[in-house]
Design a protein around this ligand. Structure first.
Ligand code: F6R
Length: 614
């Protein structure tokens, strides 16, 4: 997740862009840059935060039109060269999104004589624009105007983008476009803003126009014109934003947690985008520094993580064992670091940590590496401590997570584990291309499936309201749904302060059944799969003790209704993928329960977002 801003007006652009980028910093902050168009383009970029960028700017930069970007690295390291704006001749572009076919485009552009300076996907946009404008890397004579060049470039881009573009030979003009990444225009008095979200310019204007997918806008002076993908003019409505700055940062949601739950449709997509070849049923993980030979000879996987990330690790265990046939252990960082681990043979350590800073996970991974293990990190934070101490880093593309309770970081960790397990399974010959393709087809549908759950969240809210006074809650599941039960319980207890426990459903009869009363809600994750019938038996055991059963079940399951009090539905999906969807249901259940109880949702008592102490 990155943030873009563009300004066309009468005031000096640089301070306005810097101020706006500070508002967008929550979207990413590993590097930043601006480009100002006066007589020519002047570009300033650096790694670090917006304050670092501000500190390198000369006094009094002239120019009243400019673009800016705050970056959260996806392709290429967070360094100055990879930071935006990217230039090709006198064309400058900032981009939020992911160009999935950039490697193919890059090869073609290199063949056409273009030289790439960065490792980013965005640089292909700059060169494509230039090639349409000038007809080639060496040419100086213009073949078309900037607007036409943008319209010719967009159809070749696969993936998502919100872009703002300037051209040195067309002073006063900025062109913006979007597909599957947010872009909003602010209409000020004699000035126009374009940004990833309204917070960037809210202090200047509350009149906004939301750009829709495949639309392009041309901004000049104090006015803006919109066009559809075919270049036809489009009339757009202006909306008055009623939010104050604080509400705007949450995009109008009451809490960051709810906003982040909603962002999962896109963060999950971003995490697998460009990494799967559906046609061949294969996974492309260029960042994985492991040869096929090493993957074939691996004897064991040791997953190390804490809290929610540990729950993701448990899902990983089932996936690595079932799909790739690799024995997998999962340890919490705090236990592993003081244990006597048997680390022999070709063991791969996988550290899962959203922040990349959790002290126990870091110490445990250092320990594992001291035995000579190859180690991978799955993390969300570019440049975090773990990324500097590890052989390979697989980034989740959740974007910054502000709410203390992990939501989108969890589901994107799951996606990364599915990708890794499938990759290992294919290389070790444990899954056929056909089965792999089927799984990938279903995986590509997951963002839309998540959206369907979000669209019907009122049912979950009503369920949460009904049982918000419960003193205890139990969550049960089997196989892949067992870690989801643990995660459901963790989410509920940390933000609603209701005592909640997660169990492997078969374990209830070994003790916990004694705690059930007619006031205890038991959430049974009973999605379709090979343990479904066993789950029904467990549900009957629970009902026989008069407890309340809330089932998480598939959309078309009519059987389950006979045995439970409430059914929360997930869309039909591949059995192996249903845990991702069930997690979203349980996050909403926890959120609405905490809301009903008036809890401090984004900052629960006694907890911190990143636990950097032992
Ligand atoms: C719970 C939660 C924590 C973290 C844990 C590990 O919602 O967020 O349990 O998962 O503190 O943090 P990371 O993943 O940053 O290592």
């Amino acid at each position: 997740m990155c943030g873009i801003i563009g300004y066309v007006g009468e005031k000096p652009a640089a301070p306005i862009l810097i101020d706006s980028l500070k508002k967008l910093e929550y979207r990413g902050y590993d590097s930043a840059g601006i480009c100002i168009l006066n007589d020519s383009l002047k570009t300033y970029k650096t790694t670090g935060k917006i304050a670092d960028l501000e500190s390198i700017l000369p006094e009094g930069i002239e120019g009243t039109i400019g673009i800016g970007h705050t970056r959260w690295a996806t392709h290429g390291k967070p360094n100055t060269i990879n930071s935006h704006p990217h230039l090709s001749g006198d064309v400058a572009v900032v981009h939020n999104g992911i160009i999935e076919n950039y490697l193919r485009l890059k090869e073609k552009l290199i063949g056409d004589g273009y030289t790439f300076k960065s490792d980013t996907d965005t640089e292909v946009i700059a060169h494509l624009l230039h090639s349409h404008l000038y007809g080639g890397s060496d040419s100086q004579s213009k073949k078309c105007d900037l607007m036409t060049a943008v319209q010719k470039t967009l159809p070749s881009l696969e993936g998502s983008y919100a872009i703002a573009v300037l051209c040195g030979s067309e002073p006063g003009l900025m062109v913006v476009a979007r597909k599957d990444s947010p872009l909003v225009i602010g209409i000020g008095n004699g000035e126009i803003f374009a940004a990833s979200d309204v917070t960037a310019f809210l202090k200047h204007t509350k009149d906004v126009v939301f750009v829709d997918d495949n639309e392009v806008a041309s901004i000049r002076g104090g006015s803006v014109e919109f066009f559809d993908a075919d270049g036809n003019p489009v009339t757009k409505e202006t909306t008055k934003i009623e939010w104050d700055i604080e509400a705007a940062e949450k995009a109008g949601y009451e809490h960051f947690m709810l906003k982040e739950i909603h962002e999962q449709a896109s963060s999950v997509h971003d995490t697998f985008a460009g990494k799967i070849s559906e046609m061949e049923g294969t996974i492309i993980l260029d960042e994985l520094n492991m040869s096929d030979e090493q993957i074939r000879h691996m004897t064991r996987i040791e997953i190390i993580a804490c809290g929610t990330s540990w729950n993701a690790g448990l899902v990983g265990k089932y996936l690595f064992e079932q799909l790739a046939g690799i024995h997998t252990d999962v340890d919490t960082g705090s236990e592993f670091r003081y244990g006597y681990p048997v680390v022999c043979g070709e063991v791969l350590t996988i550290a899962i940590t959203q922040s990349g800073e959790t002290a126990d996970t870091l110490a445990a991974v250092r320990g594992a590496r001291s035995y000579g293990c190859q180690a991978i990190a799955i993390t969300n934070v570019v440049g975090s401590t773990i990324t500097r101490e590890i052989d390979s880093v697989l980034y989740t593309r959740a974007g910054p997570e502000i709410g203390v309770a992990a939501t989108k970081s969890f589901t994107t960790q799951l996606i990364t584990l599915y990708l890794l397990a499938l990759k290992f399974a294919r290389i070790r010959g444990k899954i056929s291309a056909e089965d792999s393709k089927n799984l990938l087809v279903a995986l590509k549908k997951i963002p839309a499936d998540i959206q369907k759950i979000l669209n019907k969240k009122a049912v979950i809210q009503e369920c949460a309201r009904q049982f918000a006074d419960a003193e205890d809650y139990f969550f049960i599941g089997r196989h892949l749904n067992y870690p989801i039960a643990l995660e459901g319980a963790l989410k509920l207890k940390e933000i609603s302060y209701i005592h909640a426990e997660g169990y492997a459903a078969g374990e209830l009869k070994h003790g916990p059944l004694a705690l059930l009363t007619d006031k205890t809600p038991v959430v049974a994750i009973a999605t379709k799969g090979h343990t479904y019938d066993k789950m029904l038996s467990n549900i009957k055991e629970v009902k026989a003790r008069d407890a309340i059963v809330i089932a998480v079940a598939n959309k078309d399951d009519t059987e389950i209704e006979k045995y439970v009090d409430v059914v929360l539905r997930i869309p039909e999906t591949h059995d192996l993928l249903s845990p991702i969807l069930s997690s979203v249901v349980l996050q909403l259940l926890a959120y609405y329960t905490a809301l009903e109880r008036g809890c401090s949702i984004d900052k629960p008592r006694n907890l911190a977002k990143s636990v950097t102490v032992e």
